[in-house]
Design a protein around this ligand. Structure first.
Ligand code: ATP
Length: 139
């Protein structure tokens, strides 16, 4: 089966580099699926769960991602995201604290800018809590 090159770059590291069969990314207007030989384009990534089917595998691996972009050029996909975590990377207690902190801040009066910041933080925390329950990558 056809594959494409996938590179996932978070702000602090190259998170993954290898061949991939299928990729689903969370975009602001819903999920986007990427298959081999996709046309060249740039897609915005929203906070959420990305799903990856690596070359030679049928199972889906889940990844919690922050905002960023996916660039597709000549059958190579680069995900540039501010944060990326596999289930085994996620500190559940920290995510629960992040969620509680964000929910508390939502109850306070905030500027529009602070509100969007808190909303994004809450979305990251909720995604982490969801992805932490998924199957470990073990790679
Ligand atoms: P918040 O999401 O509330 O702003 P934060 O500033 O601690 O919390 P981020 O800015 O989202 O966290 O992420 C900073 C770094 O810490 C990133 O590398 C991210 O992958 C990592 N990180 C954040 N929260 C967790 C978590 N619960 N478990 C594991 N890694 C985390």
């Amino acid at each position: 089966m056809d594959t494409f090159g996938l590179k996932i770059i978070a702000s602090d590291k190259v998170f993954y580099e290898g061949r991939c069969r299928k990729l689903i990314i969370p975009a602001p207007d819903g999920e986007k699926g990427i298959l081999p030989n996709h046309e060249n384009m740039v897609i915005a990534i929203a906070v959420g769960t990305a799903k990856v089917q690596l070359a030679g595998e049928d199972e889906w691996r889940d990844l919690a991602v922050g905002t960023g972009f996916a660039e597709i050029v000549n059958n190579r996909v680069t995900l540039l995201v501010d944060t990326a975590e596999r289930p085994e990377d996620i500190d559940v207690r920290r995510a629960q604290e992040q969620q509680e902190r964000a929910q508390e801040q939502m109850r306070q009066k905030q500027s529009i800018q602070e509100y969007y910041h808190t909303q994004a933080s809450l979305a990251r925390a909720m995604t982490r809590l969801r992805v932490a329950q998924d199957k470990k990558w073990n790679i």
